[in-house]
Design a protein around this ligand. Structure first.
Ligand SMILES: [Cu+2]
Length: 316
């Protein structure tokens, strides 16, 4: 952690030193280097996104590197901001034609009762282009967020063509993606130069458990989310934070977080959603920043809660 944080600072210090080395004296060079390092280590690069029913207000182009997505849910249903990079040789149009359209056709047959869940799963596997399962690069983003709430996730983005989407369903079962909550954006080669935030606790996602180190107390807290292993199947690990209100059963949330269930993933979610970090591949780390108050909470991984990826905790 320390080494990784120091390296980019060192780069900036060296660059500042080189740029200043001809005209300035040593003290000035050192001052400039210290200023640059302080700036780089403290400033996050924040991208503001507003989620509405059903669209994202977000920039079309952002720089690469560590990026803090701050998503305000201005809608009346839960939303999230799942971000993934397309393979270099694929366009957004190809994603639509080779993955999204075939998905819709299989789903329609399943939704109408023509085929059952097992047949629908097999159909998705055979009808959607293979690269969709193997070559996308899921890169995180703020997870499920209650209407009126703002959630924040910091992730590292390489340059490329990306997609942002939310696939919560309406109470009637329509996908938010199909209603407008899927769009492409570009991450340029310019770097944000930002460093990841300091974490108050660390959370590790493996097959199939959530391991936590550090204790979360009331206040604004940042949690590092590390993905250690990829699960089998094409849904990679993510983590969502819920505040459990009186009468909320954790089992309801776990069962709800199954988009393949025709009744699952329909707004409103049971429990009060406070963001998290969307799907990422093994080896990646994302950060979520959240304001915690006294209460009972749960971390839940989408789709894998039934396999044990649920952790309850209390903030005093
Ligand atoms: Cu949504």
């Amino acid at each position: 952690m320390i080494a990784r944080r120091l390296l980019p600072v060192l780069g900036i210090v060296l660059a500042a030193g080189l740029a200043a080395c001809q005209p300035a004296d040593r003290a000035e060079v050192e001052d400039a280097a210290a200023d640059a390092a302080a700036e780089a280590s403290s400033e996050a690069h924040v991208v503001e996104v507003t989620a509405r029913d059903f669209a994202f207000d977000a920039p079309d182009e952002i720089p690469s590197g560590w990026t803090t997505f701050r998503m305000t849910n201005a809608g009346e249903q839960e939303h999230f901001l799942y971000i993934y990079r397309l393979p270099e040789n694929k366009t957004y149009q190809q994603l639509l034609e080779e993955a999204i359209v075939p998905f819709g056709k299989v789903w329609e047959r399943y939704d109408s009762g023509e085929i059952d869940r097992a047949a629908a799963e097999a159909g998705l596997g055979s009808e959607i282009a293979g690269w969709f399962f193997t070559d996308l690069e899921p890169s995180g983003g703020p997870a499920l967020t209650e209407p009126g709430e703002t959630s924040q996730a910091t992730v590292r983005l390489e340059p490329g063509t990306y997609v942002m989407e939310c696939y919560v369903k309406t109470p009637e079962g329509e996908w938010h993606t199909e209603l407008g909550m899927q769009r492409e954006f570009t991450v340029t080669a310019d770097s944000t130069g930002a460093l990841p935030p300091e974490a108050d606790a660390e959370l590790t996602l493996s097959n199939y458990q959530i391991t936590i180190s550090g204790e979360l107390t009331a206040g604004t807290r940042t949690v590092a989310v590390h993905v250690e292993e990829n699960p089998e199947g094409f849904m990679l690990h993510d983590v969502n934070l819920f505040r459990l209100e009186e009468g909320t059963e954790i089992q309801e949330i776990v069962e709800w977080m199954d988009w393949m269930d025709l009744e699952g993933f329909r707004a409103p979610a049971p429990g009060y959603s406070l963001g998290g970090v969307e799907h990422m591949g093994a080896g990646r780390t994302g950060y979520m920043t959240v304001e915690l108050e006294a209460g009972n909470y749960a971390w839940v991984s989408e789709g894998y809660g039934v396999r044990g990826m649920v952790r309850l905790f209390t903030v005093e």
